[in-house]
Structures are given as C-alpha cells and as structure tokens.
Ligand binder design. Structure first.
Ligand SMILES: NC(=O)c1ccc[n+]([C@@H]2O[C@H](COP(=O)([O-])OP(=O)(O)OC[C@H]3O[C@@H](n4cnc5c(N)ncnc54)[C@H](OP(=O)(O)O)[C@@H]3O)[C@@H](O)[C@H]2O)c1
Length: 275
C-alpha cells in the first residue's frame, strides 16, 4: 500500500508516523512542512500530479482555537483550502475533525449525524471542511475526535504535569464535559479499521471510552496518578476570558463501528508510564 501522511510532526501525525514506519507492507510518504508547504497549492499540485496513494492521511491543521479568532485567514487556508486542493486529486482520504463543530446539551451523546453548530471560528472551518468531504464523490473517512494527548508537543496533560512542578493549586474548568483521547490509540485504531480495512465512506466518532469527565476531573486524575500534592481549584468556563467559546459537551458516541477504543483512564495510565 502507498500511503501519504501529511502533518507527521504534529500531535496526531507523529503517532501515525511512528506506527506506519514500522509496517513492511506499507510504502510511506511523509513529507515535512519544509519539504511540502501545503499552503503552496502549486507545490501540492506538482507533488500529487501523476501519483496515486491508497490513502492520504491528513493530520495537517490550524489547531490553535483561540488564535484562530484573529488569524482567520490562515486558519481557513489550513483547515479548508488545503483540503480542497488535496481533494482535487481524487484520492482516498482520511481526514480529522473535532467535537468543536457541535454545541450539544450536556448529558447527551453526540452522534455522527447530530446537527453541527460550531461556537468558534476553528469549529466553523472544520465544519466547512466536512462539507467539502460530503460533496466529494470518491472515498473519504472523516474521523471526529477530541481532547487529544500524546508525546509530540504540548497538550492538556503535559501542561498539567509541567505546572504541577511549581504551582500548589491549578484553576481548571469543570463545566466542559468530554473524554480525552490518546493520539497513539487513535492512530492505531485508524490504521486497523480504515487502512487495513475499507469501510463505507462517512463521518466517524472516535474517542477513548469510559465515563465522561471534565477538564478538572482529568487534571485531578493525572495529579493523583503521579502522586502530586498540587490541588485542583474548579472554575466555570465563564470565569475565564478566552477569545474562542467552547462547547460544554464533547461526548462523542461511536454508533457506527462494532469496535470501540479502550477507556481513557487506561490510555492515560499508559501515557503517564512512558512520559
Ligand atoms: N489536538 C486536538 O486536541 C484535536 C482534537 C480534535 C481534532 N483534532 C484534529 O486532528 C488533526 C491533527 O491535529 P493535531 O493536534 O495533531 O495538530 P498539530 O499538532 O497542530 O499539527 C499540525 C501539523 O500540521 C503541519 N503543518 C502546519 N502548517 C503546514 C503547512 N503549511 N504545510 C505543511 N504542514 C503544515 C505541522 O507541521 P509543522 O509543525 O512543521 O508546521 C504539524 O505537523 C487536525 O485536523 C485537528 O483539527 C485535534
């Protein structure tokens, strides 16, 4: 199989890169940002012309949710226009989307066919990307996920671990409910279910499973597991001033696949063990 991985240095892309590099039956193409600037459509077209990949895995994105409110042009370019350019080459694509396209009431599970209602500009661009996919007549799989953590770059868990070294107490939001997802688990699951197999095209919800939690619950779990004396001061999302609004509910239900990912606590334990 010939696979093109875009965004191999990112939080999610780096786990795909590690796992796919080990596979002997896969010919992996993973250009870096320097080797292939996806904002340069002429470069992308020259690279893709005349080549066929069994899968393009698109882990590129503009993911700074707050900065996206002011850097709208760049956010739209990376999240929408880049995808549009790639789709013009008519190849099977695995794309990633987010819980931030929804605004569902707390206590409900968000299904693959739930109504999209993004609260921020990042979510709006991810919704626009989904609309492009829905109009794409070739193979596409759009994986919606949330609250990723992994070994590449900063994420919520690594921030909590870092801050707990110096801070006796951390203020953490307790009214946004979701489930964290291990980038390594997600990449492994996607390889097994969307590369080794070819399901019908469409949107899919993939999160680690287990009881939903708030960011404050997750911070407490991490601090308790690492034996830290730092405590969590629970705050409401309204009490902090952030440019982008966030949904209160990020609980995604995987109603389309027989297999589910493992519980998030198991994935966090593994992550903390190897950190
Ligand atoms: N992180 C989350 O919690 C989360 C949650 C839900 C969904 N998602 C989705 O999952 C996907 C991956 O997210 P992520 O957090 O792994 O992203 P990320 O860590 O921000 O990584 C983005 C990747 O895009 C590359 N990139 C940026 N601009 C580029 C350009 N012009 N040309 C080529 N490459 C470029 C970056 O390379 P350089 O670093 O070299 O620039 C990096 O490898 C995105 O679609 C995101 O919306 C993420």
């Amino acid at each position: 199989m010939r696979i093109l991985l875009l965004g191999k240095t990112g939080l999610l892309g780096s786990d795909f890169f590690d796992l796919l590099s080990l596979r002997e039956n896969i010919e992996l193409f993973a250009p870096s940002h320097r080797e292939l600037d996806l904002l340069n459509a002429a470069q992308v077209n020259a690279f893709l012309a005349g080549q066929f990949f069994d899968r393009i895995i698109n882990c590129v994105g503009y993911t700074n949710v707050d900065l996206a409110e002011t850097e709208r042009g760049r956010c739209k370019q990376l999240n929408v226009q880049v995808l549009d350019t790639i789709l013009s080459h008519r190849q099977p694509i695995i794309n990633f989307s987010t819980d931030y396209i929804f605004d569902a009431p707390v206590g409900t599970s968000i299904r693959e066919d739930s109504i999209r209602a993004p609260l921020n500009y990042y979510g709006e661009t991810k919704k626009q990307a989904e609309l492009l996919l829905e109009a794409y007549p070739f193979s596409w799989w759009n994986i919606r996920t949330s609250w990723l953590f992994g070994t590449s770059g900063k994420n919520f868990i690594s921030t909590i671990l870092e801050k707990s070294k110096t801070e006796p107490s951390l203020r953490v939001v307790s009214d946004e409910i979701g489930r964290p997802t291990s980038a390594r688990d997600l990449a492994k699951f996607v390889i097994e279910e969307f590369i080794n197999k070819t399901p019908e095209k469409g949107h899919f919800h993939l999160q680690n499973t287990g009881d939903p939690c708030s960011w404050a619950d997750l911070a407490e779990y991490v601090l308790q597991k690492t034996g830290s004396k730092t405590t969590v001061h629970r705050i409401s999302s309204d009490s902090i001033d952030r440019p982008a609004r966030r949904p209160k509910n990020s609980v995604l239900a995987n109603t389309k696949m027989l297999r589910q990912m493992r519980p998030w606590k198991e994935a966090v334990d593994v992550f903390l063990g190897r950190d």
